[in-house]
Design a protein around this ligand. Structure first.
Ligand code: NOJ
Ligand code: CA
Length: 702
């Protein structure tokens, strides 16, 4: 794949000061373009690389050492000498294929320190932005052809006992609710049942995952993550809660080498985003800016998607993914034509057509169908060869006729590939599976990696697994297929380089039916920092026993809150997750889901606090219309929304979808009221959000 000339040329205004190189002595300093973020680098007496970071005079990261432990030979932790220092600055504007804004400025100053330990070479590059910094290790071509890394030793010594919104370090899942605590309190929470329940591979009582959201005692907001995770294990952070120092903790694969690095090689970036306001973190493009430009020649086939799915009825247990109740099932020998169906298979022709009709009539782009393919009789936790083949439909799913029917109504079907974590089996079948998609006109796949482990004891976030996910995305790009991978590694901005990666899950989404209302006020500060999430909002019937009498769960959100998520949780891939019959009962509220765009020219985060509330406004791509969403945690709150982001002098028709006075996520979730009025940029809307509630507003220019 070649780098796109198109993606680089028309908009990029790159001003690169000629790189300046010097023979250095003592401490080296690099500052952000506005001078407010400062990184100092030096070698300690024993030749250990060490850096610190200051933002607006506050020490964010105290002096922290860097390096690697190796399986063989001297560790790359000390004994270095500084050979040269190179500085550079850049200022460019690039246009994402899809996004929250139609153009993104990438302005930074960089400093690369070239280090040597004997005849081994290791460089460290720092990039300083006005809102944070990233650093990465670069191994130039050298006599040593391969470094076998047993652990990365990047420290981040925090400037204080910050407040954190965190999930525990785990090699195989991010599907947790967040805990808010002081760093010093993480240990005390980590024994709680809530974590033990979900986790398979929690590695330390003070280990956490990134993206990690933090707040300092004097009210600065920080976020620690990584960017451009390629051919390397995902990084966790392990806290020394006496010194408040994080140390990188890579996800292991098989054996004691966590990362095999063949020179030349660059690691992912280790990032710290900073801001005075919580909204600064939400508006940050630091992670995308640290990723490589678009690698695809042609991106014209990549389109944001609004979709429905034959999905929620299986999640809630109303129907089933499988076709039979077969026992002692073996896909290789099982004869479906002779099998007795259990009669509750969701993805049957008639039911799928019903969804196609509803989705097409309401302007959706696609319909996801899960359980269309053979193998669901025995899949969970199965690493066996041939758990699924991804090409054989169930007897009651006519793949050709259903695709033809959908296409005749102007929508596409969305493919589903649940791998059961059997990655090797998926790789074997991937070409044929993608070819089948091309044959029938599918252009998007939701893939999934359910399972506590991957084959041979590999983990979901190991170097091997990380390589698999990206290869699947690259191979899909060659066949013009968009990918939305669930249970894959959490995103690190790679969608800039491969914009056919239109979604990931990698966090607790709607499939967990009763998360705390605070969850959606935290995700944009954490999980969404690296890229969009297929959160699947839009549940209208919160009492799930109404969908399936055996389901005693209750969603903890109001309908207005569910509408707001289409704005507050940015994604180019948005699902209307509930059943057609539940929408049909409330078509007035459903109108917002029909109207809300999935691609934007401009975004303004109006106000927010992690774990409490988020209010965001976005302008539809190449249109004058704005959409606003507000969500709150379990506390109700009032919000005065100034409409000063609208174009002065223009009138807009505002449709306001708000919680009714007596709405409550638990006791009265369906109480909403819809009002319309004309507004201008000078208006202020006084809005009320119920506990677990929110508001959604469309502003259509007249
Ligand atoms: C977990 C995914 O997150 C969910 O969306 C999907 O329905 C199931 N796996 C089955 O593939
Ligand atoms: Ca999942």
């Amino acid at each position: 794949m070649k780098r796109s000339v198109l993606a680089l040329l028309p908009v990029s205004l790159i001003v690169m000061a000629a790189g300046c190189s010097s023979t250095p002595e003592g401490e080296q300093t690099v500052k952000s373009p506005d001078g407010q973020v400062v990184v100092n680098f030096n070698l300690t007496k024993s030749g250990q690389p060490e850096y610190s970071m200051v933002y607006k005079g506050d020490t964010i990261v105290r002096p922290s050492t860097m390096g690697f432990r190796l399986k063989e030979g001297k560790n790359l932790t000390d004994g270095f000498r500084l050979v040269s220092v190179t500085t550079e600055d850049a200022d460019e504007v690039w246009k994402p294929v899809w996004g929250e804004n139609d153009s993104i400025r990438n302005r930074y100053n960089s400093m690369t320190v070239a280090l040597e330990q004997g005849d081994r070479k290791m460089n460290i590059e720092f990039r300083l932005f006005d809102n944070g910094m990233g650093f990465r290790y670069i191994f130039p071509e050298q006599k040593t052809k391969e470094f076998d890394i047993t652990e990365e030793d990047s420290k981040m010594a925090m400037g204080g006992d910050y407040t954190a919104w965190w999930i525990p370090g785990d090699y195989d899942t991010q599907e947790y609710e967040y805990t808010k605590s002081k760093l010093s309190e993480i240990r005390s929470y980590s024994t709680k049942e809530q974590m033990a329940n979900v986790s398979q591979n929690v590695f330390s009582p003070t280990g956490v995952q990134t993206s990690l959201m933090l707040k300092t005692d004097n009210g600065k907001y920080l976020n620690i993550h990584e960017a451009a995770l390629v051919n390397y294990p995902a990084m966790h952070l392990n806290l020394n809660d006496t010194t408040m120092t994080f140390t990188s903790w890579l996800t292991p694969g098989i054996g004691d080498v966590k990362a095999v690095v063949k020179t030349p090689f660059s690691t992912p970036w280790r990032t710290v985003t900073v801001g005075d306001k919580a909204t600064d973190i939400l508006a940050s493009n630091l992670i995308y800016n640290l990723n490589e430009p678009c690698a695809l020649d042609d991106t014209s086939w990549i389109k944001p998607v609004k979709y429905m799915g034959v999905w929620w009825e299986m999640i809630t247990g109303k129907s089933n993914w499988s076709y039979t109740d077969a026992e002692n099932f073996d896909l290789a020998t099982f004869d479906y034509s002779a099998a007795k169906p259990h009669g509750n298979h969701g993805a049957n022709n008639e039911n799928v057509k019903r969804y196609i009709d509803f989705a097409a009539a309401n302007g959706f782009d696609q319909l996801l169908i899960e359980g269309w393919n053979v193998g669901w009789e025995d899949w969970f936790g199965k690493q066996k060869d041939y758990v699924f083949d991804f090409v054989t439909p169930y007897p009651d799913f006519d793949i050709k006729a259903l695709n033809d029917y959908a296409h005749s109504k102007g929508i596409k079907l969305m493919m589903h590939h649940e791998t059961s974590g059997a990655v090797e089996n998926y790789e074997k079948h991937m070409d044929a599976a993608y070819d089948l998609m091309n044959k029938y006109g599918y252009n998007a796949v939701k893939s999934g990696y359910v399972g506590n482990f991957l084959p041979k004891g590999e983990h979901h976030y190991s170097q091997w697994a990380v390589n698999h996910y990206l290869n699947a995305v690259k191979k899909a790009a060659d066949k013009h297929i968009m990918v939305n991978a669930h249970e894959a590694v959490r995103p690190t901005g790679l969608a800039r380089t491969y914009p056919n990666l239109i979604g990931n899950e990698s966090a607790m989404g709607t499939e967990y039916q009763n998360m705390s209302p605070a969850h959606v006020t935290i995700l944009p500060f954490t999980r969404l920092q690296g890229g969009p999430m297929d959160f699947t909002p839009g549940i209208f019937e919160m009492d799930l026993s109404k969908v399936n009498p055996n389901n005693k769960e209750h969603k903890r959100a109001t309908i207005a809150n569910q509408l707001a998520l289409y704005v507050t949780m940015y994604s180019p891939l948005q699902m209307a997750a509930d059943l057609p019959e539940n929408y049909a009962k409330k078509m007035d509220a459903f109108q917002f889901i029909k109207d809300v765009p999935v691609d934007w020219s401009e975004t303004k985060y109006i106000d927010a606090e992690p774990g409490e509330f988020i209010v965001a406004a976005r302008r539809e791509k190449n249109k004058p219309n704005w959409f606003v969403g507000g969500v709150t945690n379990a506390e109700g709150r009032d919000f005065s929304l100034r409409l000063d982001f609208l174009t002065p002098g223009k009138t807009y028709k505002a449709t306001i979808y708000a919680d009714a006075e007596n709405a409550h996520y638990d006791t009265n979730p369906a109480a909403y009221k819809i009002t319309t009025r004309d507004v201008t940029a000078t208006d202020v809307l006084d809005l009320h959000m119920a506990p677990g509630g929110g508001f959604a507003i469309s502003l259509i220019q007249k």
